[in-house]
Design a protein around this ligand. Structure first.
Ligand code: PMP
Length: 398
């Protein structure tokens, strides 16, 4: 039998075992989305796995602008943007993104994954070094593996460890790039940006920050990590992120100096050799950025909801690490109780994702719950109630 078939069979064994034991909670088919609820197999469940942090999916203004673009340009963009497909909606979207983030220019890619991967690959060469946090998103890790530079990682949020690496390689490399997540996607905590900026300056390294989970959520008016720390956007060289989370579309971006973005528009393989995002998505993104600025009450709502949920979980005795965002880890530890708790919660109407090793370190298996502005107090209390009842019954909390 071929080695490929062996791999497929080994996967199938795990997959079948999960299915047979009511432990499979992936690729659930959603028939309907309604606010903070989803309909699955005729059942309405409260959704705690959505990245639509401000509840902008189906926002009337966003829907209307996407519809207009769909009517005007059609459903696709007939090719790659550099040759055939840059529409006014793409230009408006990138202009608005740059303005929102306080940078000179921005480029929209087909996904957040591609944004990190192709940008890192394009910028770095053989004699450079790229250094990232051990908990950085897979798209950053994959970009670092794909480029020809030396690839190093520092302990999570440990600035002494970063400094150690930069010091050791001080005279060894041409270009140096440090990449971090603004909010870490499994732990929900925030990078120590002021220290990062200082260290990168000291060692002449560029700094890139991924705003996938912070845009629209962090900062007084939702402008992200720079606003959260009251820092000048130009203190970092590049911001990257997803257009599929708070911004209810699909795609990714990088924002920075105009020259850098023009370079990427003409050199990044994930842009030059990959089709444009649909004009309706571009229009939805522009409209959503406007809504964030027009409706600050959404940011207050999500913040209130985070506080209510995290406060409630901690009062019950659950460990939520050091989350400062909509990503709320509920640490369980071992794999089996994590899956058992997930099964019970799903059965009772709470949609939440189990996160297991190797996605997270051994013995830190968890539920990852995302709180959004669309949740009501009743939704949050419903979830807390279930987590209290099942957590006690399973001996996870006292
Ligand atoms: N960066 C981070 C930090 C993410 O969490 C994600 C997606 N979860 C991405 C990038 C990739 O974004 P996309 O889903 O748009 O490819």
């Amino acid at each position: 039998m071929s080695v490929f078939q062996n791999r497929i069979d080994s996967f199938k064994e795990t997959y079948n075992a999960l299915r047979e034991n009511d432990r499979y909670y992936y690729l659930q088919q959603i028939d309907e989305l309604d606010g903070a609820h989803v309909h699955i197999g005729g059942r309405r469940m409260v959704m705690f796995s959505s990245y639509s942090y401000l509840g902008l999916l189906k926002h009337p203004k966003v829907q209307e602008r996407a519809r207009q673009a769909l009517d005007h340009f059609g459903s696709g963009t007939h090719g790659v943007r550099i040759l055939a497909g840059t529409t006014t909606e793409h230009v408006k979207c990138e202009t608005k993104l740059a303005e929102f983030l306080g940078h000179e220019d921005a480029i929209a890619y087909s996904s957040g994954y591609v944004a990190n991967l192709t940008t890192i690959q394009t910028l770095l060469g053989r004699n450079d070094v790229v250094i990232t946090d051990k908990l950085s998103h897979a798209s950053i890790i994959d970009g670092c593996l794909l480029c020809n530079a030396t690839f190093q990682r520092f302990r999570h949020n440990d600035m002494d460890d970063l400094r150690r690496l930069l010091e050791a390689g001080k005279n060894r490399y041409d270009g140096k790039l440090v990449i971090v997540d603004a909010v870490y996607s499994m732990d929900g905590d925030v990078c120590p940006l002021p220290e990062l900026v200082e260290i990168c300056r000291e060692y002449g390294a560029w700094l890139m920050v991924d705003e996938a989970h912070s845009l629209g959520v962090l900062g007084e008016t939702g402008h992200g990590i720079m606003e959260y720390f009251n820092m000048d956007p130009h203190d970092v060289d590049m911001l990257s992120g997803a257009l599929s989370k708070t911004l209810p579309a699909a795609g990714g971006f990088v924002a920075g100096k105009h020259d850098l973005i023009e370079f990427l528009r003409h050199s990044a393989r994930g842009f030059v050799f990959s089709a444009a995002i649909p004009p309706a998505s571009a229009a939805a993104i522009t409209a959503a950025l406007e809504v964030i600025e027009e409706e600050p009450e959404l940011i207050s709502a999500v913040r209130r909801n985070i506080k209510r949920f995290v406060g409630g979980l901690n009062a019950l005795g659950y460990d939520t690490l050091n989350t400062k965002s909509c990503v709320i880890p509920i640490i369980i530890g071992q794999e089996e109780p994590t899956l058992e708790l997930t099964a019970r919660l799903h059965r009772d109407g709470m949609f939440v994702s189990p996160i297991l090793h190797p996605a997270v370190p051994m013995n830190t298996c968890r539920l990852r719950a995302n709180v959004t502005a669309a949740h009501t107090d009743q939704d949050i209390d419903f979830a807390l109630d279930l987590l209290e009842r099942h957590g006690r019954d399973m001996g996870l909390i006292k």
